[in-house]
Design a protein around this ligand. Sequence first.
Ligand code: OSB
Ligand code: MG
Length: 370
Amino acid sequence: MKVEKIVLRRMKMQLKNPFEVSFAVLKERDFIVVEVHSKDFIGYGDCSAMPFPFYNEETNNTAWHILEDFLIPLIFEKQDISHPEEVNNLFSHIRRNQMAKSALDCAIWDLYAKEKGIPLSQALGGNRNQIETGVSIGIQQTSDDLLRVVEGHLEEGYRRVKIKIKPGKDIKYLEAVRKRFGDIMLMADANSSYTLNDIDLFKEMDKLNLIMIEQPLSHDDIVDHAKLQAAIKTRICLDESIHSVEDARKAIELGSTQTINIKVARVGGLTETKKIHDLCASHNIPVWCGGMIDTGISRAHNISIATLPNFKFPGDIPASTRYWNEDFVYPEVTIDKNSMVEVPQTPGIGFQPITNLYDQFTYAKKEFIK
Ligand code: OSB
Ligand code: MG
């Protein structure tokens, strides 16, 4: 691949409804899209950061800075990239900044698949025509509100429901959902809002037969999670704590986690995602693909990577209409009555920006020529 030009776009889209997690409420999605141009094709990537430090330490401004001043020059310095996995090595001396790295890594993977004329899923080694998704539900004011929201999503076809929890809005909410909707695939995501002092609460939750509990303890912890996992039956899933295959290895070795929510953006791109996927497979640990309230481009990469065989739980890869009145890519992502999403069979990510919407949602743009 000979990269001739890279374009960064700063974009903004309004969420249909505010999304509340344990530490913040999100009302709009402000993000960066990266275009990597060769002579004949354009590869797309998305940086999942927010305008403020939200889920991790990065912001769109820090990511733009890292992309502009460090990562893009590294791509331009290289005469030719024969395989996208080289990008992971090229960036490895720059510590962290995973979302910035992921945006370029994903764009190069898309470009590679387009130049080969194959779907990205195939380039990544995936083997599915459809992937299963669930829905992630933000914290609601009351448990009755939650029941109404869950009911709506079940009617749309979602079969796995993830409920965001925080202290005071947890066990009662989950019990209400279990009681009302019976044996659905139910799980909780605490986004790091508890400590080991809450161990009795998690023992209570064991009775609810959740498929997993996501990131109950601190965002940077893998030690206390091992203690908690030893004390409860419910499967712990790490999200925020895992930034690399090395983090995953250590967490597995300690017994801190029995599955990992792999977010492509959080771990620095598709190559690192594949490494974590493979490591977990070798330990018989199933994984699944997380989301960052994704717009068209990042959702496209998630669909492709979720075709790998060890993605065994439904992902957070919902239909376009879950968060958006109008997303900026074509075709629209829909789910069928079994909560399945079709995997594109056209070259690359299989989604195209819709030109007028793409430009309408872009409020800043910069081109870098080799
Ligand atoms: O912890 O998985 C999370 C959204 C923002 C920040 C963190 C998380 C989430 C989600 C959304 O759960 C999942 C989705 O994109 O549908
Ligand atoms: Mg999470």
